[in-house]
Design a protein around this ligand. Structure first.
Ligand code: SF4
Ligand code: SF4
Length: 160
């Protein structure tokens, strides 16, 4: 069994073409368009054949979060706060330019958060965040079972 599996980006997929015919296991042919990882052997034929670049091969074991020095973490924190502030200011202004600045600041802030490890499923930051959610007082409709399932499923590999 390969150490990769295929993932389809539904926004890029133009539907009903090559991957449905070349996949040897039928993993690509599902009702909800999500590739069936239970059937996927990781051969990569679908990704090679897709005319839209909609399929990516993803490693089953994710690489460890990149380490950053204290200096870099502090710089990211300052930059992130400034992007959040700029997003907040532009959200209060009118016009397309302000909307574009708001959006671009949001994207840059998300990149910084990802770079800091908060959006990587394998990072200690993400796991601490999820555990923190379970420790908090939450409403009755808070999906605790979903958070617990995520913690059980996501392998953490970046704790020293
Ligand atoms: S990687 Fe191979 S088995 Fe998996 S979905 Fe693509 S073609 Fe099918
Ligand atoms: S080959 Fe690509 S575009 Fe075609 S159905 Fe598969 S994922 Fe979608």
């Amino acid at each position: 069994m390969a150490d990769m599996y295929a993932v389809r980006n539904i926004r890029l997929c133009t539907k009903d073409c090559l991957c449905l015919y070349v996949c040897p296991t039928g993993a690509t042919d599902t009702e909800n368009s999500v590739i069936d990882v239970g059937k996927c052997t990781g051969c990569g034929v679908c990704a090679d054949s897709c005319p839209s670049g909609a399929i990516s091969m993803v490693p089953k074991t994710l690489p460890a979060q990149q380490k950053h020095s204290e200096q870099v973490i502090k710089a990211m924190d300052v930059l992130l706060r400034s992007k959040v502030e700029q997003e907040r200011i532009s959200a209060g202004l009118e016009g397309k330019l302000a909307a574009a600045i708001e959006r671009s600041n949001r994207i840059m802030a998300e990149d910084l958060i990802r770079e800091a490890g908060y959006m990587l499923p394998q990072s200690a930051n993400a796991h601490d965040f999820l555990r923190g959610l379970l420790d908090r007082e939450t409403d009755d409709d808070f999906p605790r079972d979903a958070v617990e399932r995520l913690l059980a499923l996501l392998e953490e590999n970046d704790r020293p």
